[in-house]
Design a protein around this ligand. Structure first.
Ligand code: ZN
Length: 568
């Protein structure tokens, strides 16, 4: 045992940096009520100098890098090539795809914008290389900063003006190959989210029409989510409420009574939506149909009718009225009286439209009404799109096929907001005691602290602690021995509040160490392996003052910790 044991390689982040040490003392109430972003700021992960803008501090950056490494590793396994495009993108490309007139684009001048996404640039880049079918498919990605001029940035890392995004793109010779690339990327997404061990679901982002399963939203399932998802208890498909359409039974009885909601067009014509009483109207469904230009800013019903009334008077009663009725409305349905004077000749009617949202217990249209739909909440963390030729045609991106003919690429694009993902994991897993990270992305996985009982320990015993840290380091466990000034309780609290999955205490029980678990347990593979060696390693579990503690001989602690981390 030489002095080299005391020289630890410091490959990993330390919590003892000027940015995070000591942690602010937060009351239980504060810990519970602070937003997740405020926790990340108070604990020294990030700093937000302005709304929607994030500075990454050492602890936050280490965590972000772990997310990136996880994603990068899975993409590399799938053979997706990494690139990194400039953040400056030329307007000429955006004009071609008709996307330059987007208020959320950060335009620097007439020529350049800060890239918000890269369909234009990457397509233009790939077309100069993959000019033959022999060079396809191409699957590329980048993990870079993106910019969006959010008028109302919110949620800290969830919706920022600048964010880190992993955006991937696929280029194929035909639809069939493009779908293979699309499926492959979805499999990669599945393994990324599975690695994170946060409950997730893949939701249909298309309306479910034929050939529509070509775009998925990936959501963390959490009551804290903003999106409402519906999952069928029979066919198990999930969809966002914005996209799921109700099951319409053939020859179903029409609703007894209709409800009405009024709206204006941008031209101040009146729109009357009729739908079964008790159902919820979703105007977005009509917007998607593209049959009228709705003014969605004025929703107050009295205001809508007042505006229409005065405009109608001005034009001598010649303003149009557009009636839109839901599929659930039929000849027998009792309709409400018209709220304004009207001329039949100025009235247009669209019938059998789908206007209402699904509700808890509704029947599922995907399995022909066999299953019932149940609601849950989700946070969107990824999206996969099959694009077809949407971008290759306007950008004139072609290759020469087998027969020597020019063809447009069949494309797909695939996004994960990496900084948003970090914020979402923090949001979903935090509890009243602070943050909790999954072991795979935690900035540190283990904190080792010496208790006052160890103060007078011999040099040899201290060497055994150093060796434990060294062994963990060798096993690629991210570990820190906290030798700061503060007391045992403060050090443990700090480690737990920061969200580090395991705390190891050396002291009272020496040569056994105590292990406390802060992380979320989501498996038992590691623990089962430990159980089988229990006697040999001196491993036992006891509750001490309401806290579950694991004890193990220090010489076997590294192996036990490695196994425990598998379940966290
Ligand atoms: Zn179903």
């Amino acid at each position: 045992m030489g002095p080299s044991f005391l020289v630890l390689s410091r490959r990993f982040v330390s919590t003892n940096t000027i940015f995070s040490s000591p942690l602010p003392k937060l009351s239980k109430k504060q810990l519970k009520s602070l937003t997740t972003t405020d926790l990340l700021i108070k604990f020294g992960y990030v700093k937000q100098p302005h709304a929607g803008i994030t500075h990454w501090l050492p602890l936050g950056l280490a965590t972000l890098r772990n997310f990136e490494d996880l994603i990068r590793g899975r993409l590399r396994e799938g053979g997706v090539l990494e690139t990194s495009l400039s953040s400056l993108s030329h307007s000429s490309l955006w004009h071609k795809t008709n996307r330059w007139n987007n208020e959320e684009l950060y335009k620097l001048n007439e020529d350049f914008c800060l890239a918000a996404t890269a369909e234009e640039e990457i397509t233009d880049l790939v077309k100069s290389y993959a000019d033959s079918y022999k060079k396809l498919p191409v699957l590329v990605y980048q993990m870079t900063r993106k910019y969006r001029d959010e008028k109302r940035p919110r949620g800290g890392l969830l919706r920022g003006r600048e964010f880190i995004m992993k955006d991937a793109y696929s280029f194929d010779v035909d639809e069939q190959c493009a779908l293979q690339s699309f499926n492959k990327m979805n499999e990669i997404y599945y393994s990324i989210f599975k690695d994170l061990k946060v409950p997730f679901v893949k939701a249909n982002a298309d309306s479910g029409s034929i050939g529509g399963d070509l775009s998925y939203e990936w959501h963390f399932v959490s009551d804290k989510g903003e999106d409402t998802l519906y999952t069928c208890d029979n066919c198990h498909t999930t969809g966002n409420i914005e996209k799921v359409r109700p099951y319409v039974e053939k020859d179903a009885e029409p609703a007894e009574k209709a409800a009405v909601t009024y709206a204006l067009t941008t031209n101040n014509d009146l729109v009357c939506f009729y739908y079964p009483e008790g159902k919820h109207l979703n105007i977005k469904f009509i917007e998607a149909e593209d049959i009228i230009d709705l003014n969605t800013r004025i929703v107050d019903q009295k205001k809508v009718l007042d505006i229409f009334g005065s405009e109608n008077e001005k034009s001598d009663g010649f303003k149009s009225i557009i009636r839109i009725t839901d599929v659930g409305i039929g000849p027998g349905t009792e309709m409400p009286d018209m709220a304004v004077p009207f001329m039949k000749s100025r009235m247009t009617t669209f019938e059998n439209m789908e206007l209402t949202e699904v509700q808890e217990g509704d029947r599922c249209s995907n399995c022909e009404g066999i299953g019932h739909l149940h609601a849950s909440k989700g946070i969107e963390v990824g999206h996969t799109f099959y694009l077809g030729k949407k971008y290759s045609i306007p950008l004139d991106a072609t290759f020469v096929d087998r027969n020597g003919e020019k063809q447009f690429y069949e494309m797909g694009c695939y996004g994960i907001g990496v900084s948003r993902l970090l914020g979402s994991v923090a949001e979903v897993l935090r509890d009243d005691g602070g943050l909790r990270w999954p072991a795979i992305i935690s900035p540190l996985q283990v904190t080792v602290v010496k208790s006052p009982a160890f103060e007078d320990a011999s040099v040899d015993d201290n060497c055994r602690v150093s060796r434990l840290v060294q062994d963990l380091d060798t096993l690629k466990v991210r570990v820190e021995l906290d030798e700061g000034e503060s007391g045992l309780g403060t050090k443990l609290n700090k480690s737990k509040q920061l969200g580090i999955p395991l705390q190891v205490i050396v002291g009272k029980a020496f040569p056994k160490v105590e292990i406390e678990v802060r992380g979320v347990i989501s498996g038992d593979k590691g623990m089962r392996a430990i159980e089988s060696k229990k006697a040999e390693w001196g491993f036992e579990t006891r509750e001490v003052k309401g806290i579950v503690k694991h004890f193990v001989d220090i010489d076997h602690a590294a192996e036990v910790i490695r196994l425990m981390l598998k379940d966290l």
